[in-house]
Design a protein around this ligand. Structure first.
Ligand SMILES: Cc1cc2nc3c(=O)[nH]c(=O)nc-3n(C[C@H](O)[C@H](O)[C@H](O)COP(=O)(O)O)c2cc1C
Length: 172
């Protein structure tokens, strides 16, 4: 466990899907389960998909999206676990392929080597989920030990996303 007020540290990776607006629900639930939380968002997600200032107030830390400069200290301690929610088609496919072109995907790629548990709540429309590349990505990531919540297309009521599932997957 990382030393951080004696609490384990959870990275929450946020991608650019509409449901990201509710990510505060996950942060609140994680803190209730005694996680310290740091949020890493994709650059597209930073463009208005969620309220970054509200997330910073909830976590007490900056939202990360860009790489630090070489001289800068690491803003977050190493993760004890990682949640990706919501996970987009784009990020899932890049992660599976090892294309670490954003801090968010690079963090996910690295999580495998760190050996920490990773839970994913995808938010992918059925038409996109039908693409064979997505199927292959899920197969590859599952083979790496990544834990997936059931499919959510983004068409459902936002309450049906049930953010706590991510924490349940980590507990499994
Ligand atoms: C309003 C809006 C909602 C979107 N919702 C989704 C979604 O639910 N799932 C998804 O895979 N892409 C969705 N997209 C498309 C992604 O934002 C787009 O593929 C983006 O490049 C993903 O970047 P990221 O994976 O780096 O976050 C949405 C785009 C917009 C404008």
């Amino acid at each position: 466990m990382t030393e951080q007020d004696g609490k384990p540290f959870l990275y929450v990776v946020v991608c650019a899907a509409g449901v990201a607006a509710d990510v505060g629900v996950l942060i609140g639930a994680a803190r209730e389960r005694d996680w310290e939380v740091g949020v890493i968002a994709t650059p597209v997600a930073m463009g208005g998909f969620f309220d970054a200032a509200a997330v910073e107030a909830l976590t007490g830390r900056p939202v990360r999206s860009a790489w630090r400069t070489p001289g800068e200290a690491r803003p977050f301690p190493p993760p004890d676990a990682v949640v990706v929610a919501p996970a987009t088609f784009n990020t899932v496919n890049k992660w599976a392929a090892g294309l670490a072109d954003t801090l968010a995907v690079a963090t996910l790629c690295e999580a495998y080597g760190l050996g920490v548990p990773v839970a994913v709540l995808p938010c992918v429309a059925d038409a996109l989920a039908a693409h064979p590349a997505y199927h292959d990505s899920l197969t590859r990531l599952r083979g790496m030990g990544v834990r997936f919540g059931e499919p959510y297309s983004g068409e459902e009521d936002r309450a049906a996303f049930r953010w706590e599932r991510a924490l349940d997957l980590l507990d499994r």
